[in-house]
Design a binder for this molecule. Structure first.
Ligand code: GLV
Ligand code: MN
Ligand code: MN
Length: 454
């Protein structure tokens, strides 16, 4: 296995400076120090390993949902690392962890960079985390190299990016861009009926203060995010870095189908109102819709499905479905979501079922600015890193920040494209390449923007 590689979860691995057996999915540490100045693979692997233990199952699966004690613990650990690396650290009014480093020029706004610390249920160890540990590595490299940028720097570990718990994604980045209010925190609920506001309050974060997290207009000049690709393209083409030109938008719906619970033996087929049979038809209809040839870039998923009363001897009385529609084309994204609602109405009308639906969230696709993409590309060229421009089907904090400021994203390969599952895997060597590209991009951006306002 290459120096600095991580275990390919969940295959057992053998290593240990010598050849001891380690548990499935444990991150392989290498005793080899880097032979030239640059990102330290050992340090990166250790940080990934430590974070994978918070909400981890001890193998490869991580469940660190937003506003749980595990997610807060990850913020505490990263906050402590940021402080050790010399940053001035605070947790903002939404629970994002922010560390700042002064620049040489007091008249310039911040350059920000980072990613998120929450995960989906039974997710992997790299989504979001690579961008956080990569950002931290950059701060350490600046410190070790005695480098002072012209702009002040802001490293961010965002809270609640996934949207896996409360349905809406990128809430930490929405908070800093002024797109989240205390009313949203009352509106958003998890599968147990806990509001975002209640979950925040239970962890000592006052949801009424959310708007305090907003970054004043003009205070940040640009945002950079390093992330795993979560698709197969880079690995398939043998490339080291992806430069993102656009991030898909998503519309999420909660659909409730109400029928009539009844005895499964006593109720003849023709007099049933089976909510599950209707919901099943809806699921297959959504799949067919996203497969229509004119929706080439559309994806649609029913990722959550709950049946009530969920008993083998009772006809299902109601079903709740969570629907996620994504597209790089905003018109088609909204059109597909609208067609999902029409489909639900038709199925329910034909089967005599009642329907409720709520749009839980609606986030537009973002196109990331060409001039900043060129800066990241120049960084890759300078370092001799193989790269290509590509779009992102997954959502990201950079997509939200891009509404208020120039934002750029760099991808590193995902093994087999796996993500949101324990098999998610990116080798440390690839992460090192991504950190180098991010570091070069940050320094180039700092120079470019400070020359502009010299
Ligand atoms: C975030 O990872 C998403 O669901 O796109
Ligand atoms: Mn992510
Ligand atoms: Mn994710």
């Amino acid at each position: 296995m290459a120096t600095g590689d991580l275990a390919k979860a969940p295959t057992p691995l053998v290593e240990d400076g010598g050849e001891g057996t380690r548990p499935d999915g444990e991150i392989r540490l290498t005793p080899d120090a880097p032979d030239e100045p640059g990102p330290d693979p050992v340090r990166l692997a250790q940080a990934l390993q430590r974070l994978s233990e918070i909400g981890g199952d001890g193998r490869a699966s991580v469940s660190r949902l937003a506003f749980t004690p595990e997610e807060r613990e990850a913020h505490r650990v990263v906050g402590a690392w940021m402080a050790e690396a010399g940053l001035t650290v605070r947790v903002d009014a939404f629970g994002n962890t922010i560390g700042e480093r002064p620049g040489a020029r007091a008249d310039l706004p911040f350059l920000a960079f980072g990613s998120h610390l929450d995960s989906v249920p039974n997710g992997g160890r790299f989504d979001g985390i690579v961008g956080v540990v990569g950002a931290l590595e950059i701060v350490r490299l600046l410190e070790e190299g005695g480098v002072t940028t012209a702009h002040p720097l802001r490293m961010v570990a965002f809270a609640n990016e996934e949207g896996a718990r409360f349905g809406e994604a990128c809430l930490g980045s929405k908070a800093v861009t002024g797109m989240l209010s205390p009313r949203d925190a009352e509106r958003l609920v998890d599968a147990d009926g806990t509001t975002l506001a209640a979950a925040m309050a239970a962890l000592g974060i006052d949801p009424r203060q959310i708007e305090e997290a907003r970054w004043p207009d003009g205070s940040v000049a640009a945002f950079l995010e390093l992330h795993i690709e979560q698709a197969r393209l880079l690995e398939a083409r043998g490339l080291q870095v992806g430069i993102v030109d656009a991030v898909a938008g998503n519309t999420r719906l909660r659909v409730l189908v109400h029928g009539r619970a009844d005895h499964s033996g006593g109720t003849p087929m023709e007099s049933r109102k089976d909510a599950l049979a209707g919901a099943a038809e809806i699921v297959l209809g959504i799949e067919a819709l996203a497969n229509e040839p004119n929706r080439r870039t559309t994806v649609a998923t029913v990722g959550r499905f709950s049946v009530s009363p969920n008993s083998i001897t009772t006809i299902p009385g109601s079903v709740e479905l969570a629907v996620d529609v994504r597209d790089i084309d905003s018109d088609r994204q909204r059109d597909t979501a609208w067609r999902v609602v029409e489909l639900c109405e038709q199925v329910c009308a034909r089967r005599g079922l009642d329907l409720e639906h709520v749009v839980v969230s609606d986030t537009s696709p973002s196109v990331l600015p060409l001039w900043l993409r060129r800066i990241t590309k120049d960084g890759c060229v300078e370092l001799g890193l193989t790269h290509r421009v590509m779009s992102s089907g997954a959502g990201h904090d950079a997509q939200i920040l891009a509404r208020r400021m120039p934002a750029a994203m760099l991808f590193v390969p995902s093994h087999n494209g796996a993500s949101h599952v324990p098999e998610e895997w990116t080798g440390v060597d690839d992460i090192v390449s991504g950190v180098r590209a991010l570091y070069a991009s940050l320094l180039r951006l700092d120079r470019f923007l400070s020359e502009e306002v010299a």
